[in-house]
Design a protein around this ligand. Structure first.
Ligand SMILES: CC(C)(COP(=O)(O)OP(=O)(O)OC[C@H]1O[C@@H](n2cnc3c(N)ncnc32)[C@H](O)[C@@H]1OP(=O)(O)O)[C@@H](O)C(=O)NCCC(=O)NCCS
Length: 202
């Protein structure tokens, strides 16, 4: 997808693209999301001020506006998740590489963290990727990011590598990235977490 809006998952044709190109299977404007009260839709440029506000609040080294613009431009799957009032409360960016997905960003607004949104969204993204033929999900995480690490480890991710000095860190230092991978159960089949319609909501 070129900018997310109006195109469904499976249209991702960023670097590497999605050879499965499994087609559109959602409706622009939102659809039942990862858990009750949370709707999923494609992020648009109009969302970026809100996204950046959340990003700046929750990360010591946040993505820039340019990072999000580039992600939209590149055709990555950029998801926005709205609460029942329509407020954007979480977002995610997923890049398709030939038969895997690379989770580039998963974020929940600070006041709503630790209420199950992160896990529900991760399972929803995973189920979507399974349905579209991905064999697994890759991501990088700071070893110091214990909440995220715990979430990923409990969700079946395993450490497969380390990227040395990958992230900026305080005092001009660098921090390694741990590379985590979660192999999905049966490409193209419904995995153990269920489909996006149920989304692993819990
Ligand atoms: C990481 C993040 C996405 C998790 O989302 P969340 O909605 O807060 O997480 P959930 O409530 O779904 O919790 C899922 C699991 O994550 C782990 N977890 C989440 N927050 C945690 C915390 N503060 N401390 C320890 N573990 C935590 C737990 O294992 C939790 O399961 P449990 O409650 O059954 O123990 C969210 O904290 C966030 O946006 N953090 C800032 C951005 C970030 O670091 N993103 C990840 C980049 S790799």
């Amino acid at each position: 997808m070129s900018a997310g809006v109006g195109q469904g998952p499976g249209q991702g044709q960023g670097p590497g693209g999605n050879p499965a190109d499994a087609g559109v299977h959602d409706a622009p404007g939102g659809r039942p999301g990862p858990m009750p009260g949370l709707r999923a839709r494609h992020m648009s440029r109009r969302d970026l001020p809100r996204v950046i506000a959340i990003e700046n609040e929750i990360y010591p080294f946040p993505w820039s506006l340019g990072n999000f613009s580039d992600s939209l431009e590149a055709g990555y799957d950029c998801w926005a998740f709205d609460d029942e009032s329509g407020a954007l409360v979480a977002y995610a960016v997923v890049m398709w590489i030939p038969d895997e997905v690379h989770l580039l960003n998963l974020s929940v607004a600070a006041p709503l963290q630790r209420r199950g949104l992160g896990r529900a969204i991760l399972e929803w993204l995973s189920a979507d990727a399974v349905r579209r033929g991905a064999r697994g999900m890759l991501l990088e995480v700071r070893p110091s990011n214990l909440p995220a690490l715990r979430l990923y480890e409990r969700s079946g991710f395993e450490r497969i590598g380390v990227r040395r000095r990958y992230y900026p860190a305080p005092d001009q230092q660098r921090e390694d990235a741990w590379v985590l991978f979660r192999r999905f159960v049966g490409q193209g089949e419904q995995g153990e977490q269920g489909g996006p319609e149920v989304g692993g909501a819990r």
